[in-house]
Design a protein. Structure first.
Length: 262
């Protein structure tokens, strides 16, 4: 995924006709199509990220390339790298001078869930496609300062205890760019709000550059993307890790009864 061109939003939105009067289910389908088309354009990306919460700061890098190759490296406060090369899952732990390689012997759905769980802390909102259920998504068209139009997608679902959770996504119309996310559960409203973006006219999309996290209106932290590359050339061997000199190497199989700790 390449990047580093900062352009005004008007370049991307110029000439897009305003559409009105569509039924919510049609808008939801249109939003899904926009996200699918966006994914086709954003085939790879590389980011360096700094996240702050209070007086704590963490930094990491993340690179992804279709199909199904990802690598995340936590730089501070504790170094660690996770990678998946399409077949094997790797965990590199410099503090222990250890590299582990796991063959995934899991059903497809459980393998996908495992990888999502492992890499979700690295994958930023606005680069990954929101996970929308096949049913139960309410869509509407709204105005937005970064829009000027946006899709508002509302997903209501029970949590593990059966209590309601409502998640609202704001996506720019018609490109599907991430503008914000609000989660309401147990009387708490958590928000992610895009404060700054980087846009690429050739790809016809924008990605977050600064994202603010709020809870009940109070800022808790912010994420700043200090380096962004959209559609870079990323070779296959970038995701296959090898043990540095002096490291131990362990080769394992990951089956349903086992899973490596984070």
């Amino acid at each position: 995924m390449s990047l580093r061109t900062s352009l005004t939003l008007s370049v991307l939105l110029l000439g897009c006709p305003k559409e009105t009067g569509k039924a919510p289910e049609n808008l939801a389908s249109e939003a899904r199509r926009a996200l699918a088309e966006r994914d086709k354009r954003l085939t790879s990306y590389l980011v360096e990220v700094s996240s702050t919460q209070g007086d704590q700061t963490a930094t990491h890098t993340f690179v992804a390339r279709a199909p199904n190759r990802v690598k995340g490296s936590l730089l501070t406060p504790t170094a660690m790298t996770l990678s998946f090369d399409g077949t094997r899952f790797f965990k590199l732990t410099p503090g222990e001078k250890k590299l582990e390689a796991f063959e995934l012997k899991l059903p497809t759905d459980k393998a996908a869930l495992f990888l999502t769980t492992q890499f979700s802390p690295f994958v930023p909102e606005g680069y990954r496609t929101p996970l929308l259920p096949s049913k139960g998504v309410t869509a509407s068209k709204v105005t937005h300062p970064r829009g000027p139009e946006a899709f508002e997608l509302v997903v209501s679902t029970p949590d593990e205890a059966g209590k309601p959770i409502t998640i609202t996504y704001l996506l720019r119309f018609p490109t599907g760019d991430f503008l914000g996310k609000k989660t309401q559960a147990g009387g708490v409203t958590s928000e992610l709000v895009v404060e700054a973006e980087q846009c690429d006219a050739k790809l016809s999309l924008c990605v977050p550059k600064v994202v603010v996290q709020r809870e009940n209106g109070v800022e808790l932290g912010r994420t700043t993307f200090t380096r962004i590359e959209l559609t870079p050339e990323v070779p296959n061997d970038s995701f296959t890790l090898t043990a540095p000199e002096g490291y131990t190497f362990e080769k394992r199989e990951l089956v349903e009864s086992t899973a490596p700790a984070n």
